[in-house]
Design a protein around this ligand. Sequence first.
Ligand SMILES: Nc1ncnc2c1ncn2[C@@H]1O[C@H](COP(=O)(O)OP(=O)(O)OP(=O)(O)O)[C@@H](O)[C@H]1O
Ligand SMILES: [Mg+2]
Length: 365
Amino acid sequence: MADLKIEGLVRRFGTVRAVDDVSIHVADGEFVTLLGPSGCGKSTTLAAVAGLDRPDGGRITVGGKTYFDSARGIYLPPESRGCGLVFQSYALWPHMTVADNVAFPLTLRKVKTADRKRRIAEVLALVEMEPYADRYPHMLSGGQQQRVALARTLVYQPSILLLDEPLSNLDAKLRDRARAWLAELRTRLGLTTIYVTHDQIEALSLSDRIVVMSAGRIAQLGSPQDIYERPADPFVADFIGTTNFLPAKVAALTGGVATLELADGQRVEVTADRPPVAGSRVTLAFRPEQMRAATAGEASGAEGSVIATRVLSRSYIGGRWQVALDLADAPIRLETEVPPTGDELHLWLPRAGCILFAGASNGAA
Ligand SMILES: Nc1ncnc2c1ncn2[C@@H]1O[C@H](COP(=O)(O)OP(=O)(O)OP(=O)(O)O)[C@@H](O)[C@H]1O
Ligand SMILES: [Mg+2]
């Protein structure tokens, strides 16, 4: 068991700064997820930890052991690092049975036969694949193959686990099941883990902390709640979950409450932890689940504001409706159990459910 320290990691490919001064400290037993759009540097960061790629700068230590230090010219080869790696393409040996696939890393490490047998049985039990020990990979489902790939990694007791989109080849249902299973396994194993995914549900549900990356840099590092409820900037708010963005002007500031004026002159009051400058342009951001249709006769008050919107479209998504609305010439989205009937809809927006960002933004970085 070990902690992992990445300090000032830099990796350039020509003029592209694939990883641009990234520092992350993963505590012993912690599960940290790298999340971000394609090309933001997730796999490059993981490859640097595993020793599959040599970075241009920075330092990587695991449990006090230096894996890489550009200043001191230290670069341990992958076989001396002992990281457990699982990739999206799990590449089992097709001509070997499940048991032989799992035995392979132990054979390489010259583990004695009796010990090898015991460890294979243990790890296959752990991933619930014991009954399949004598099958070949083509006789298994994608999810089962994934579990064998994980078993093959866990069997040699890696000091840290590096998982690069291990579930992305699975269909939605299987992926859901694999996620639940992985969540349970991580609780049992308590291995220090870096997990890479595009999938925000996976990131939010599995992680102790999430690192949101953008163009080789860390946009935000925090708990799932921090990232979702207190996004550092519009990019993070837009990347995780659905966020509505509206341009607004700060019309007044009273205590911790800002009164915003929207483009059509309607006013919204929001709680402002970091008060914006009066008269400045801001972006009002809120999640679809934070607002609701106003009840008949409901008016703005100390808890929130009622605002008029125009209904653009409604679609049934199973159990509830997704409604596209126009608010002050900006598109916003609402999810509701009861679809609006007319062309107009009054929304209730709670003061505390809104986030303010300085300047105009639609979230896209
Ligand atoms: N061997 C390479 N040669 C040149 N450029 C590379 C190489 N590997 C990665 N890159 C570039 O570095 C950047 C980061 O790539 P990386 O694979 O880390 O992204 P990622 O976040 O894992 O993306 P994805 O979600 O698509 O897997 C990209 O711009 C990519 O094109
Ligand atoms: Mg990748």
